[in-house]
Design a protein around this ligand. Structure first.
Ligand code: ADP
Ligand code: MG
Length: 339
């Protein structure tokens, strides 16, 4: 029986390069070899497209904690013949509609959100605008365009302390600072600008941090995973890069311990947010849930992390859907076939 050829594109120029490598490791380990032939394609941090690896150790963190990175190698200048592409890129130049646009132009089927939804989900300003337009609650925020260096006194009053200062188009908590004193705002803005000239400043939400996976079946039915919870580190920190990738076991509850009404509500809102942005295939919707059980959408990830340590595959496993099967569903959604 011939297999489906799946290009797995990973790495890339964004600050989430290493996360993408870890996602690729998990996908390559879980694509059923009886059904699929994986064609790995790696993009270096400088943007060179190269032949990827199937040696999973090269895609995982080293024993010393060093993060994986694509090495420059044999250049790929044309897409090899494949049936479908899995663009496992996180962040700009990948999760933001750019690679999706290239694949649309090349007329190659690919897994996940299209150009618009990818771009909208990547940008924390525009995703909030679209969600608010559909009636979803979002935290109060202010956007600082590239030439604006600080918040107006009016915005400081409106937002209140503490605030989160973030690159508008970032991910994996990179470039984010929690600011408790306005004196520290300029430094936080400069730090966020190392990732994106556009910065967003948000009121710190209170309540629990809850995530839900959304998956679209080939027949268009939207399924939502059981929610999971992120518990802030007890040392007063928040869900920063190190917590996400190196302390995940102690900081996560999969599935979350929530009452049934809240579970129903966040699952319903997750599917609603997916539709509001015009997503396709998959997304992870992240919320803050107040003590009264009101969910506020924090962000939508158009290509959520898919590493073994990532929430999305873990939430689906907790819902009864193992990763190889999940990959079948995603791929067959794009091939227009039942899985
Ligand atoms: N407005 C906010 N209120 C409270 N916590 C926040 C807020 N924004 C971000 N955080 C914390 O920072 C983490 C990373 O922020 P997030 O917006 O999810 O950025 P990223 O796209 O990098 O994942 C969140 O998981 C949460 O713990
Ligand atoms: Mg996040």
């Amino acid at each position: 029986m011939s297999t489906t050829r799946v290009a797995v594109i990973y790495g890339g120029r964004s600050s989430e390069h290493a996360v993408s490598c870890m996602s690729a490791a998990n996908v390559l380990a879980n694509l059923d070899p009886d059904r699929y032939t994986a064609v790995p394609i790696a993009i270096t941090k400088r943007g060179q497209w190269t032949t990827g690896t199937t040696t999973l150790e090269d895609l995982r963190p080293g024993a010393d904690g060093s993060l994986p990175e694509v090495e420059a190698g044999e250049r790929v200048t044309t897409l090899p013949p494949v049936d479908v592409v899995l663009p496992l890129l996180h962040g700009v130049n990948g999760e933001d509609g750019t690679v999706q646009g290239m694949l649309e132009l090349a007329n190659v089927p690919y897994v996940g959100c299209g150009v618009f939804a990818s771009a909208a989900a990547m940008d924390k300003e525009y995703s909030k605008k679209l969600l608010a337009a559909e009636g979803f609650a979002v935290v109060p925020y202010a956007v600082l365009g590239p030439t604006v260096d600080t918040l107006t006194p009016g915005d400081q009053d409106r937002l209140g302390l503490p605030v989160f200062v973030k690159p508008a188009r970032g991910g994996s908590s990179i470039g984010i600072t929690r600011v408790e004193d306005w004196d520290n705002l300029p430094e936080a803005i400069i730090y966020a600008r190392t990732i994106d000239p556009k910065v967003i400043v948000e009121t710190a939400a209170t309540g629990r941090e809850i995530e839900v996976g959304v998956l679209e079946y080939p027949d268009g039915i939207l399924a939502t995973s059981l929610p999971a919870e992120i518990r802030a580190p007890s040392d007063g920190g928040w869900y920063d890069f190190d917590s996400k990738y190196f302390r995940h076991d102690e900081l996560r509850q999969v599935p979350a311990h929530l009452d049934l009404d809240t579970v129903r509500l966040v699952r319903e809102f997750a599917a609603g947010a997916f539709v509001a942005l015009g997503c396709r295939g998959l997304a992870r919707v992240d919320f803050f849930v107040s003590e009264h059980g009101d969910p506020v959408v924090n962000e939508i990830n158009a290509m959520p992390g898919l590493s073994a340590a990532s929430m999305y595959p873990q939430m689906w496993a907790a819902t009864g859907l193992e990763f190889p099967k999940l990959l079948d569903i995603l791929i067959h959604r794009e091939l227009g076939q039942p899985y």
